[in-house]
Design a protein around this ligand. Structure first.
Ligand SMILES: [Zn+2]
Length: 759
């Protein structure tokens, strides 16, 4: 049976969510006694891996089609230095076969990689005295036989099996697997392990004095394990495979060198890939993955069809060894493509130094497959992959090639991943990533960020300015950070921090790094002076985002230092990602960079309409009311009685409130409207906005805020939101909107401002 075992890091990717759902189903069907909240806690353990003061690591075994066949949850205690197998289960329940074995071996590998001094777990007893049920007894025996093959056996002569309550029977054994070789189990270590397991895992079940009694019952030193019962000691599997699953997937364009432009000064040459590869292969950090062919539609999702056809045909038409350089470009009339081949090349190109030749197309097409293969590795649960390819891609736009680039590899990979979650592209080449910018300029689901030499002195000269922010839906989703002609590692690092802040605020599911090595000192196309150690620092900073990351090779032309700089970058990146996975981190739904404003502008009419529609909460006539209120405000100002507060995230309207004084009352206000964009719900935006609205009302002299909503089930989350924000249900108007649909009125009394105490 074909299966793969992968580690699941989060419950964010749709793929992982689906896997988790299946894991929970297996738990429910296999362990009927496990409480539902314990099953649900698995998701939370992934979000906060140190939830139980253990690092939780989840592996799933899945078929090629993605069906979860089994899983294992491993807990790691880094201070005491042991691993504990919390769950191991297969969908069918038959664990002894290939599947259970594969999972157990994977768990052992991980425990060894974590430098655990032993792997522990519980197993129900296999003797009739403690397990009267014949069927269960048989299962328990087959389980303990299975573990014995690895030398793992129950600890004996201790009180681990003491009943917690007098009526408890069939208490589990604690089983010890010494992993590499048969090492004696030291008493002091075993006591710490048992204490940690009982206190942390069974906190609700085991009173402190019980824990104490069990710990003290470990008297032998070394602690004894049972004699072999099922397997001959000499048949024990002692080795643990050294294959490291945390290696970086490396996809090299195996056809890059067919594209070799021998013209003078053409720095984009095959030696670039070779010099990087030599260094990487020595490091042991990477595992080679063969590029897979992907259908052309992936390419056509980012490039115009006529452009792709043109490149294919034009390259094929050039005689072997010859290059065709564009030299005339359409400034005024783009509607009529010329016929003459050398002129036509200028119709699809942005400069005069990127030639059409016989092998450019097949090499570029293969580079695209490599980028897609690397993206798929990450989609499959790997944390880091690297497409080491040429020709590069980041100057290729929707309809243009140029800057040594033909197809935009990073953009194709981003587009592919965008079907599964939001994607950020971070371009750290010395030159502006005009290609991705062009391709995603009107989209808000792919964020494009580029750090580069200012266009006043650096290619591509006509783009890369700070004012290029994106358009329409994509406004605010392109960030250019043009940098001065001279910059060192430290200066670069500061700019990179800004880029990373923006990416963090965007909260993507995937990161694509368009890696240029041309910021390096001595690069013939750049002016900066980054050293190997600076590339490492950059890698660390990017890795600290903790995102599944695809690195795509772009520029970098000083072949003497390419390899060293690339390796430094990956050392930093991989190390930071590893640390991230093994540390406590904030849940990823925090919002940075929110801004608020009160002044309404004419554009708000359309933006409010869109926002209110997308929430899916309101009828068409209610949407009209929302528009009328803002029109009224724009027309009459304060006399309209309608006040607004807008919450924006990088220029995009994400939430707003509309409120105003209630006529004929002394100081009561109505909150007419609050709407939050679905992407921003559950992330504290509504609460922040409401608090700020309350402050504004208080400043205007208000002391009571009323808000009403429907009694229907759909509004339960709205009502509980108000309640959490301190609003109290004042009255219910039965059947107000319709039968069974009453109107609930909430009120919040604002506390009097105590000026002495306020800061
Ligand atoms: Zn470059």
């Amino acid at each position: 049976m074909m299966l793969r075992i992968r580690r699941i890091y989060d419950d964010v990717l749709p793929l992982n969510q689906e896997n988790l759902r299946q894991v929970k189903d297996i738990l429910r069907s296999r362990f009927s006694e496990v409480a539902e909240d314990e099953i649900e806690a698995i998701s939370e353990k992934l979000r906060n891996p140190f939830k139980q003061r253990f690092l939780s690591i989840l592996f799933v075994a899945e078929s090629i089609k993605g069906k979860v066949l089994g899983f294992a949850m491993l807990l790691h205690e880094p201070e005491i230095g042991f691993a504990y197998l919390d769950w191991i289960a297969t969908a069918t329940g038959r664990g002894g076969g290939g599947l259970g074995g594969a999972l157990y071996e994977r768990v052992r590998q991980e425990a060894v990689a974590l430098k655990a001094k032993g792997l522990f777990f519980e197993c129900l007893p296999d003797d009739e005295k403690n397990c009267p049920d014949k069927t269960i007894l048989k299962e328990n025996r087959s389980r303990l036989r299975f573990y014995e093959q690895y030398g793992a056996r129950p600890i004996i002569h201790t009180g681990y099996e003491f009943p917690v309550k007098p009526e408890d029977n069939c208490m589990p054994h604690l089983v010890y697997d010494s992993l590499m070789e048969q090492k004696p189990l030291k008493r002091a270590f075993a006591r710490k392990v048992v204490q940690a397991v009982l206190e942390r895992k069974y906190a609700d079940l085991c009173p402190a004095e019980y824990v104490n009694r069990v710990v003290k019952s470990f008297r032998d030193d070394p602690v004894q394990v049972r004699e072999f019962r099922y397997v001959k000691p000499e048949a024990v599997v002692n080795s643990v495979s050294s294959r490291n699953f945390e290696q970086i997937a490396l996809v090299v364009n195996d056809r890059h060198d067919i594209h070799h432009v021998r013209d003078r000064g053409y720095v984009e040459s095959p030696v670039r890939v070779r010099s990087i590869l030599t260094e990487l292969d020595k490091s042991g950090l990477f595992t080679h993955i063969k590029p897979q062919p992907f259908p052309e539609r992936h390419l056509l999702e980012v490039h115009a069809t006529d452009f792709v056809r043109y490149l294919k045909r034009a390259c094929n038409d050039v005689p072997e060894g010859k290059s065709l350089y564009p030299y005339v470009f359409p400034i005024r009339n783009k509607t009529r493509p010329p016929k003459e081949p050398s002129v036509l090349s200028g119709y699809y190109c942005i400069d005069t130094f990127t030639p059409i030749n016989r092998n450019a197309f097949p090499a570029a097409r293969r580079a695209v497959d490599c980028a897609l293969t690397a993206a798929r590795e990450v989609l499959n649960g790997r944390r880091l992959s690297y497409a080491l390819i040429r020709p590069p891609g980041h100057h290729a736009e929707h309809r243009f090639f140029g800057g040594f680039c033909y197809f935009n590899n990073s953009a194709v990979a981003a587009q592919y991943l965008s079907h599964y979650g939001k994607v950020a592209i971070l371009d750290i080449d010395y030159h502006h990533g005009n290609g991705q910018q062009d391709i995603f300029y009107r989209r808000s689901d792919v964020l494009t960020v580029s750090l580069h030499g200012h266009p006043s002195f650096a290619y591509p000269y006509f783009s890369g300015f700070g004012e290029e922010l994106g358009e329409g839906e994509g406004e605010g989703f392109n960030l250019n950070l043009p940098l001065p002609e001279k910059i060192d590692g430290e200066g670069y690092h500061k700019a990179l921090a800004k880029a990373l802040n923006r990416i963090e605020a965007f909260n993507p599911s995937f990161l694509i790094v368009a890696l240029g090595l041309d910021p390096a000192k001595g690069d013939p196309t750049g002016t900066w002076s980054l050293m190997a150690k600076d590339f490492r620092v950059n890698g660390e900073a990017i890795g600290s985002l903790g995102l599944p990351t695809v690195v795509v090779q772009e520029g970098g032309y000083r072949s003497r230092t390419l390899g060293k700089n690339a390796l430094s970058f990956f050392n930093g990146l991989a190390e930071a990602l590893r640390q991230w996975a093994h540390s406590r981190h904030e849940p990823k739904n925090q919002i940075h960079g929110l801004s608020f404003r009160q002044e309404a502008v004419p554009d708000d009419i359309e933006r409010i309409e869109k926002l209110v529609e997308i929430t899916g909460f309101f009828h068409a006539d209610e949407v009209e009311v929302a528009k009328e209120l803002i029109q009224e405000r724009l027309l009459k100002g304060d006399t309209s009685g309608y006040y607004f507060l807008f919450a924006e995230h990088y220029g995009r309207l994400v939430a707003y409130t509309c409120y105003g004084p209630i006529p004929c009352t002394l100081s009561s206000y109505d909150l007419y409207w609050i709407a939050v964009h679905p992407d921003y719900q559950g992330r504290g935006v509504g609460r922040q906005l409401l608090q700020l609205t309350e402050r504004k009302i208080k400043e205007a002299g208000g002391d009571r805020i009323y808000v009403d909503t429907s009694q229907r089930v759909q509004y339960a989350s709205t009502r509980s939101f108000y309640e959490r924000c301190g609003y109290i249900l004042e009255s219910l108007l039965v059947d107000f909107y319709g039968p069974g649909d009453g109107k609930t009125i909430y009120c919040k009394k604002l506390k009097k401002e105590n000026r002495e105490q306020s800061p």
